[in-house]
Design a protein around this ligand. Structure first.
Ligand code: GLY
Length: 590
């Protein structure tokens, strides 16, 4: 299992070097004020590029790529609302953040509307209609390494285009052509690569070289692109133009679907035109729960994110974490044990609600939280082998997140993904965009870890037309019904911990937003039975205490990339900050 885990968190480890990269030169930030200083953790200084806190009165956009942030702000400034900006940013990230921003993948959007309503849009990929539970296994029943991650069998029917267009049609105010124009221009004219962009491209250089149509775009005459060079994507520009003119149909019933199906069939994939025709992006009710007077609004199944965050928080709520202190041995112990138990439930019970009954109400009941809380032994880690899905027997990064708030009070949180960096790292014909490997988010075989090391069960087995279970957690936090925070992160299974820590750091540990984002992170997911910890996450004394309690600690350079916006309780202004773990990103407002 260890080998699988190392692969599983490979994206995390690979990205560790991002911390060493300088902050991007041109980020279009406005009204910046630096508040909290660099983070000190009990005498240890965490070395990362220092990112300024950004404040704004009217609107704010924070994304993992500064050119996409500029696009969002320009849409807000020209009178668009947060949904217009979110759709424009979604298309722009497909150009300037090709590892993760996408039109070849899928995702989720959580919205808190100015009228007080909370809504959720599911544009997660679906398995092809010809998919079967054991399709990632060989004749001996063994999972074939790489089949779900680097071949066309790993590709789910993409949902991003339908999702973005549906959000615009329902809640936007501008035309599709207006919100797509900046993305088309970025693809046509190109954009200057900053070190953070190049670090992401470098994760996959050797794969780009294997496919001439990918190498022609993402390598410079066979060599990696360098900072300062301009990356132009004319093929993607043409694809985006087709969508801007022809709308959703151009993708799902027109030449784009045809090109993907042709490439899939030529490469032993399963996708057909019927898969694209059958695709839907439904509106759903978000998961909601309460924590110390705040309302957490987040992603319901087929994401596990909102449910797992809420389950963990409800186990923790009566405990004085704030008094015990951020990442003290005691607060870390209870956080980790609560999360271990919530992940055991996640991995055992949750799946696409169109296929399985998700016991969300039971998992989020006060009785269940009390039972799990009582099972935590003070001062002792519970081995994961002793933690089971707790409702009884049951058959059972990478990604990007952005947050936007507009002057009218609409808040949009979007997490979308092609799963692993650059998905299957292949492009269908001359479409110009990477296809997802979201099929790896299904259970290839019960008990066998996926690329994030997640060990899942039958609820998430592959079935025709089913959506794979996700950890993506676009989240809105309200206080007294008013917007307080918008947050979320990439990072596979660690999305859940990262998003939750961003919230706890503010409302439990009293950190300012910059400190909350800079603070080192931890993550546990039931299996593997270990705590992933960023540098400086624990003082040596706390690390020793946790080891004595029975925890294994696995250092990782990097967990997640929070793009959050806070409504300052003091000034009522919007605050945001780029997560220094992704220096190509930016927060900007006006
Ligand atoms: N592809 C990662 C997730 O959805 O959890």
């Amino acid at each position: 299992m260890r080998g699988m885990v190392a692969t599983g968190l490979g994206c995390v480890l690979l990205l560790g070097g991002l911390w060493a990269a300088p902050a991007s030169a041109s980020t279009g930030r406005s009204q910046q004020t630096v508040q909290d200083g660099p983070l000190q953790v009990a005498g240890q200084r965490v070395a990362r590029p220092d990112e300024p806190l950004v404040t704004a009165r009217h609107g704010m956009v924070v994304t993992a790529q500064h050119r996409a942030t500029e696009v969002g702000v320009s849409i807000l400034k020209q009178g668009g609302n947060a949904v217009d900006a979110a759709v424009a940013v979604g298309y722009a990230l497909a150009v300037v953040d090709p590892c993760c921003g996408n039109i070849g993948g899928g995702g989720f959007m959580t919205l808190h509307l100015a009228n007080g309503r909370n809504v959720f849009l599911d544009f997660r990929e679906k398995a092809p209609l010809a998919a079967r539970p054991n399709m990632m296994q060989n004749a001996d029943g063994k999972v074939v390494p790489g089949r779900s991650t680097r071949t066309y069998l790993g590709v789910g029917v993409p949902g991003t285009v339908m999702g973005l267009n549906e959000a615009l049609a329902k809640y936007g105010t501008l035309s599709l052509a207006q919100v797509m124009a900046p993305a088309i221009k970025l693809a046509e004219d190109g954009f200057t690569l900053v070190p953070g962009d190049v670090r992401l491209l470098d994760t996959s250089t050797r794969y780009f070289a294997q496919h001439p149509n990918v190498a022609a775009i993402f390598l410079d005459h066979g060599r990696p692109w360098q900072p300062g060079q301009v990356l132009r994507q004319p093929e993607l520009a043409r694809t985006l133009q087709l969508i801007a003119k022809g709308g959703t149909k151009a993708f799902y019933e027109g030449p784009i679907a045809a090109a993907i199906v042709k490439a899939s069939q030529a490469n032993h994939g399963l996708l057909t035109l019927a898969d694209f025709k059958a695709y839907t992006a439904p509106w759903e009710r978000p998961v909601e729960c309460h924590y110390h007077g705040y309302t957490i609004v987040s992603a319901p199944p087929p994401s596990s994110g909102g449910t797992t965050i809420c389950e963990t928080l409800q186990i923790l709520e009566p405990l004085p974490l704030g008094r015990w202190g951020f990442h003290s041995a005691r607060s870390a112990h209870y956080f980790l044990e609560a999360e271990r138990r919530a992940f055991a439930d996640r991995n055992t019970y949750l799946g696409d609600p169109a296929f399985v009954r998700n016991p969300v109400a039971r998992l989020l009941s006060a009785e269940h939280a009390a039972e799990l809380r009582a099972s935590i032994q003070p001062g002792r880690a519970t081995p994961s082998a002793q933690v089971q899905g707790s409702l009884g027997p049951y058959q059972a990064t990478n990604t990007t997140h952005y947050s936007i708030v507009d002057a009218r009070g609409n808040a949009v949180a979007v997490t979308y993904t092609v799963n692993g960096f650059f998905g299957i790292k292949q492009i269908a014909g001359d479409t110009g965009f990477f296809l997802n490997n979201e099929m790896d988010d299904f259970t290839s075989k019960p008990g066998v870890p996926n690329q994030f090391g997640l060990v899942e069960g039958q609820a998430n087995r592959i079935e025709p037309g089913k959506r794979p279970l996700s950890s993506m957690s676009p989240t809105v936090v309200l206080r007294g019904g008013e917007l307080f925070m918008v947050t979320g992160s990439p990072g596979g299974s660690s999305i859940i911990s990262t998003t939750m820590e961003s919230i706890l750091n503010v409302i439990e540990y009293g950190m300012g937003l910059k400190q909350a984002i800079d603070a080192p992170r931890i993550h546990i997911q039931w299996y593997p039975d270990t705590v992933f910890a960023e540098p400086g996450a624990f003082t040596p004394t706390v690390a020793a205490a946790l080891r004595t309690m029975g925890y294994k600690l696995t250092p990782v350079n990097h967990l997640g990339d929070v793009s959050a916006i806070l409504v300052s309780p003091q000034t009522h202004r919007l605050e945001s900050v780029n997560d220094p773990r992704y220096p190509a990103g930016a927060a900007a407002g006006y």
